[in-house]
Design a protein around this ligand. Sequence first.
Ligand code: PRP
Length: 184
Amino acid sequence: MDVEDVQGDLSSVLLTREQIQAKLAELARRIEADYAGERVLLVGVLKGAVMVMADLIRELRLVDVEMDWMAVSSYGAGTQSSGVVRILKDLDTDLSGRHVLIVEDIIDSGLTLSWLLGNLGSRGAASVKVCALLRKPDAAKVHVAVTYLGFDIPNEFVVGYGLDFAERYRNLTSIGVLAPHVYA
Ligand code: PRP
């Protein structure tokens, strides 16, 4: 669905579908150059990263690319990160000797990724890097090294393109700021 379908629920549109796709193409060119001749495993973090993964992997002109998924829980039903990370679904792939690229929709406090980097890094991977579409610098509680970053955004509650509020708005093609009346 598009912005017109949820207009009253957004206080502003942050990134259009076109801006997102252009940025993913830009990141894909860098990833292709960096992983040329290598076999790379993209690890998506459910559920938010589904859209980023789907568009990024199709944009990549690399033959030796695989995809796997993890589900971790770091948030309750509210809008703030609790910092508690739990594995809900683990990878199917053995990471020994693999080049791993974690694909995320958003880095908020950084706690999820910081924990994931430690966890995946301890499984014998040859390398573990991060690609994230969005980052909120003002919400950071821990520093996370991000090799491929789409956009730094303000510390507001954003939805769309995989990002939800109470499981809604993931199917919005753009990314917008949720109007306070929706979650107040
Ligand atoms: C979001 C997002 C990241 C995490 C980032 O997932 O996809 O995984 O929060 O937050 P942090 O930097 O503060 O740790 P969420 O737990 O909302 O699950 P979802 O992807 O299923 O919506």
